[in-house]
Write a protein of this length. Structure first.
Length: 133
C-alpha cells in the first residue's frame, strides 16, 4: 500500500461500468455513440434558414447561405433601419418642440416680471416716496 493509499481522492467517481451506462444513456461522449441526426445539420443547408439551399453562396470561411435568404435578411434589416430612423426623427422633433415651448414660457415669465416691475415705481416698492425739490 502506498503512503497516501487510504485517503486518496484522486480516483474517478464512477466505475467503468457506471461510466459506460451513463454514456449510453446521455447519447454522446464516446467514440461509438455520437450526436443524433437531428442535432447536426446537413452539409447543403443554409446557415440562416437551416433548409437545403436552392441557390447556394459560400463565404471565405466556408459558411453556406442561400442567396434568397441573404436578400430577405438584407431587406428586413433595411426596413428595421428605416423604422428606427423614423422613430428617431419623431423623437428629435418632440425634443425640439419641448425646447421651443420652454423658451416661449421663459419669455412670457420675463415679460410678466418686466410688466410688474414697470407698473410699480421704485419708491412705492420700498415704502418710500421721493420728492423732487
Amino acid at each position: 500500500m502506498t503512503r497516501h493509499g487510504r485517503n486518496c481522492t484522486a480516483g474517478t467517481v464512477y466505475t467503468y461500468h457506471e461510466r459506460k451506462k451513463d454514456t449510453h444513456a446521455s447519447g454522446f461522449g464516446s467514440q461509438k455513440v455520437r450526436f443524433g441526426k437531428d442535432a447536426v445539420k446537413e452539409f447543403d443547408c443554409c446557415c440562416l434558414t437551416l433548409q437545403p439551399c436552392k441557390d447556394p453562396v459560400v463565404t471565405e470561411d466556408g459558411h453556406l447561405y442561400d442567396k434568397e435568404a441573404i436578400l430577405k435578411n438584407i431587406l428586413h434589416q433595411k426596413k428595421e433601419i428605416a423604422r428606427k430612423l423614423k422613430e428617431y426623427e419623431k423623437q428629435k422633433l418632440r425634443a425640439q418642440k419641448e425646447l421651443e415651448e420652454l423658451a416661449k414660457a421663459e419669455q412670457e415669465t420675463k415679460a410678466l416680471k418686466f410688466a410688474q416691475q414697470e407698473s410699480n415705481p421704485i419708491g412705492q416698492k420700498y415704502g418710500r416716496s421721493f420728492q423732487v425739490t
